[in-house]
Design a binder for this molecule. Structure first.
Ligand SMILES: [Zn+2]
Length: 382
């Protein structure tokens, strides 16, 4: 921890103190602002100077195993706020929430620098408490949790969604003093696609960095070779079904009940080949629901589509992602799929109504798919 209380009850913040000043402070008595136990200053050469409980404690706010990385990350953000005159409070105690973010910035952003794995239930509890109390929680991931390949179940929970960036997540590298936004996260059957934007915390205002998620950015695109991608996807399913992998077995079951075979799905459902990193294989269920509704009714409104899809995902088990929200997640993917159907001429739109055209798609006609943000699929059918 970087703050402690003096004997007179005044708060001391070590993050901005010089080494020479800290030596003098060591002689005074300090107390944990959370459990009120005695804490001491540690200022060795490895870690940045910090307070630690004198005796082993089960203090609820400050664990004793705070890593060098975690201390340094908090300090870097605090120094940035100081430099750019942004109001902040390190390890601020929020009494209504009984929670202590690593640093509260501009009285609004609860910053959590997460350096070690935590349970998803703990993540949800903390996130929900911030959200319910009007704070915007910004989870920034430490080295152990940085994205390498496809996001793990835990990493998926730290993903945000915005119009400008699509799916994104924050990382901090304390050695390089670099904060990174991984954005436009999309999965193909082979790998995770992403773009990156980096800032040095010593030079760029932290609030400007955070604002990146909503400001208009340059358009970004990915391009996929459709046939190759689909061939690969089918091969993967084949293998996974042979191995009786639960997710694929579930999908297979689902499509059997619709008189379809996962290995031979029509390309109206297989495309676009880009998949949501959060929905994953469940995206096919969403697409099928929309496609079936259009095929049966011929004319439907967006509201009817939402109603049907929400109905299905009420019954279907679905992971909930607090930073995105279930409704937003579903609506985003409905709009992407409708966009694809419109662009490939399977539906046309008249005012608020989508009208099904009896058009069959041929994969050979779609050599390449281009996915772009903000928000829209731009498909080329030539
Ligand atoms: Zn304590």
């Amino acid at each position: 921890m970087l703050i402690a209380k003096s004997q007179s009850g005044k708060m001391m913040d070590l993050s901005l103190k010089k080494k020479s000043d800290i030596q003098a402070l060591k002689k005074k008595k300090w107390y944990c602002p959370s459990c009120q136990e005695v804490v001491i200053i540690k200022n060795g050469n490895v870690m940045c100077s910090h307070f630690a409980h004198k005796q082993k404690s089960d203090c609820s706010s400050f664990s004793e195993n705070e890593s060098k990385e975690h201390l340094l990350g908090k300090k870097l953000i605090a120094e940035n706020c100081k430099k750019f005159s942004i109001p902040y409070e390190l390890e601020a105690f929020l009494p209504d929430l009984k929670q202590r973010p690593d640093i509260l910035v501009a009285n609004k952003y609860a910053i959590e620098f997460q350096c070690s794995p935590l349970s998803i239930s703990r993540f949800k509890e903390r996130t929900a408490t911030y959200q319910d109390n009007g704070y915007q929680v910004i989870w920034i991931l430490g080295e152990k949790l940085h994205l390498t390949s496809k996001p793990t179940k835990l990493q998926r929970n730290f993903i945000y969604l915005s119009k400008e960036l699509g799916y994104y997540l924050w990382e901090l590298d304390v050695v390089k003093k670099q904060i990174k936004n991984n954005y436009f996260l999309v999965a193909t059957s082979k790998k995770l696609l992403r773009k990156e934007k980096k800032w040095n915390l010593s030079h760029v205002n932290f609030l400007q960095i955070l604002a990146f998620s909503n400001q208009k950015n340059e358009k970004q695109f990915y391009e996929l070779e459709t046939e190759i991608e689909l061939f690969h996807q089918l091969g993967q399913w084949n293998h996974q079904l042979n191995q009786r992998m639960p997710k694929e077995m579930f999908l297979q079951q689902y499509f059997y009940s619709k008189r379809l075979n996962l290995r031979e799905l029509p390309c109206e459902l297989m495309l676009p080949s880009y998949k949501s990193v959060l929905f994953q294989e469940k995206e096919l269920i969403l697409r099928h629901a929309i496609y079936e509704l259009l095929m049966n009714k011929k004319k439907v409104t967006k509201e009817q589509i939402y109603e049907k899809v929400f109905q299905i995902f009420k019954e279907e088990e679905m992971e909930s992602y607090l930073l995105v929200g279930k409704r937003r997640l579903i609506k985003y993917h409905v709009s992407l799929y409708l966009c694809f159907l419109l662009q490939s001429g399977i539906v046309i739109k008249k005012e608020n109504t989508f009208i099904f055209q009896m058009k069959k798609l041929n994969i050979r006609q779609i050599e390449k798919e281009i996915l772009g943000i903000p928000l829209k699929y731009v498909m080329i059918n030539k």
